[in-house]
Design a binder for this molecule. Structure first.
Ligand code: MN
Ligand code: MN
Length: 303
């Protein structure tokens, strides 16, 4: 389906802001820096640049592939040898830019190679993106770049389509060759996100999620829950952080309301996703509008 100009401009703007916040955040991730403080600064930057959150910016360390977001008492400080994934999602009028980068702290050649594997897998995949390319070809390209460096692609995480206020739409863009002959179409918006692992290449859902999204507004008797629920409407069913709710309503009300909503199955939960064998994981991600000359919306300014 052909994209109108307003939509195209919104995707480009969201991508530019996401890339800007990603690069700014990557520059703050240094040995001795606090994960919580870096998270706060990235959030401020996104707002300053005029973006809205497509999801809370996530900083996932080492064997955690994705979905780590700190609670208010998080004490994590970056240290030598950390493999740090920063994943940023911004929307403008619901149009999403989704992008991630890996920062390796220190100078371990094997970890640098791990970072290179996901980055080069993304770069090679982007080179073949055009209408008509099959999901099988994309997956094979990603798989080959990662395995030739001696690592495993994470097979149960994948890229995805994007739509207005939808961060995980069809098609699912695999990180290995699934054999799928489904083809990309003109003006589809997709995020490509290879993950490379030194371990199993399979992640699992751990516990204690700090990220949620609203599935449906179930009626509730509690005035506290009702108050929080009214506030959650601002996120348009996109993921939000427990910490955002606590900041606004206080930690007591926030945890009460979220527990209430979880019991009512009104929330989707996004727990941290570690590698099954606790190998180290790297990730790279860009958002791209599929065309004969694809538009990568989340490129760095200097690229
Ligand atoms: Mn992402
Ligand atoms: Mn994504």
């Amino acid at each position: 389906m052909k994209m109108d100009k307003e939509t195209f401009d919104s995707y480009v703007n969201a991508g530019r802001i996401a890339a800007n916040a990603r690069d700014y955040g990557a520059g703050l991730i240094k040995v001795g820096a606090s994960l919580l403080e870096v998270t706060d600064k990235i959030e401020k930057k996104i707002i300053e640049l005029g973006g809205e959150f497509a999801f809370p910016p996530q900083i996932s360390l080492n064997d955690i592939a994705a979905h780590f977001y700190p609670s208010d008492d998080d004490k994590t400080v970056f240290k030598e040898g950390d493999v740090v994934k920063l994943d940023v999602g911004v929307h403008v009028n619901g149009c999403v830019g989704d992008t991630a980068v890996t920062i390796v702290l220190g100078n371990d050649p094997k970890l640098n190679l791990l970072e290179e594997a996901s980055r080069e897998a993304l770069s090679s995949a982007l080179k073949i993106i055009k209408p008509g390319v099959t999901l099988s070809e994309i997956g094979r390209t990603i798989h080959d770049e990662i395995t030739k460096r001696g690592f495993s692609p994470v097979r149960n995480l994948s890229g995805h389509g994007l739509d207005r206020f939808v961060i995980h739409d069809t098609p699912s863009i695999p990180n290995f060759d699934t054999g799928s002959q489904e083809q990309l179409e003109e003006d589809q918006v997709i995020a490509i996100e290879p993950f490379a692992s030194t371990g199993a290449g399979i992640i699992y859902e751990s516990s204690n999620p700090t990220l949620f999204s609203l599935i449906e507004k179930k009626p509730t008797r509690s005035p506290i829950t009702r108050e929080v629920l009214r506030d959650l409407e601002q996120y348009n069913d996109l993921p939000f952080a427990m910490r955002w709710v606590a900041k606004k309503h206080g930690p007591g009300k926030a945890s009460f309301a979220l527990r209430d909503l979880r019991h009512a199955n009104a929330l989707r939960e996004y727990p941290p996703l570690p590698d099954k064998a606790h190998g180290l994981v790297s990730q790279a991600e860009h958002t791209v509008i599929v065309r004969d000359k694809p538009v990568i919306t989340t490129l760095s300014q200097q690229d």
